[in-house]
Design a protein around this ligand. Sequence first.
Ligand SMILES: Nc1ncnc2c1ncn2[C@@H]1O[C@H](COP(=O)(O)OP(=O)(O)OP(=O)(O)O)[C@@H](O)[C@H]1O
Length: 244
Amino acid sequence: MENQEVIRVDHVSMRFSLASERVDNFKEYVIKTIKRQLSYGEFWALKDVSFSINRGDALGLIGLNGSGKSTMLKVIAGVLKPTKGSVSVNGTVAPLIELGAGFDMNLTAEENVFLNGALLGYSRQMMEQYYDDIVEFSELHDFMNVPVKNFSSGMVSRLGFSIATIGTPDILIVDEVLSVGDFRFQEKCQNRIKRMLDAGTTLLFVSHSIQQVEELCNKVVWLDKGVVKMFGESKNVAEIYSAS
Ligand SMILES: Nc1ncnc2c1ncn2[C@@H]1O[C@H](COP(=O)(O)OP(=O)(O)OP(=O)(O)O)[C@@H](O)[C@H]1O
């Protein structure tokens, strides 16, 4: 099991189309589209990115705003198809990219537990088994019958994190979620992630806190404008990144 490669990112590039002209409102957008007056530019969010990680590794992705971290996670999670190159993933993936992205805001928290479970591929029976644990961990006992549209963003994150981390996935993808919620809850999430790592889960983690990355991760990819600036042991990369 040790040294078994679980994720291989092979010469991945990702191109987005961008409207290169400023459009101030939707009406103007529609008119310009009909008149074919909009021109599109292209933008490479990832450029020839390659790295691989083994089972049990915890990989941190660091870099400035817009450097391509979330795009990289989405490509690995299969949400985006790379324009060039390929990604191979060996195992089940629990993506925590946008917490609450799968929620229906008009439904209650309880209904959303089952909805989100179904989206993650879990059966109703399995969700019933985990329901109490989800309520307990999220500390939302008194709010399970409240429509999620009335939740604060912190409450949405707590529910999303509690659902996505039931069971022990082979690969857990965590994007910035630990920056939401209060400090005590962040610590609780961090401990839950550590326990999953001990149980052999492979972690992909994006954070702007280099301290959190060093604490949780053994490897780091540093992205700079879509290019890998450095890949290696977290201590070495973090040291150079902090000094830059
Ligand atoms: N769907 C999209 N369409 C067009 N451009 C996009 C799209 N998604 C991302 N981008 C662009 O790709 C670049 C990389 O974005 P990404 O979200 O991956 O960066 P990031 O490193 O995660 O940034 P942050 O630290 O701010 O979260 C940005 O310039 C962003 O505007």
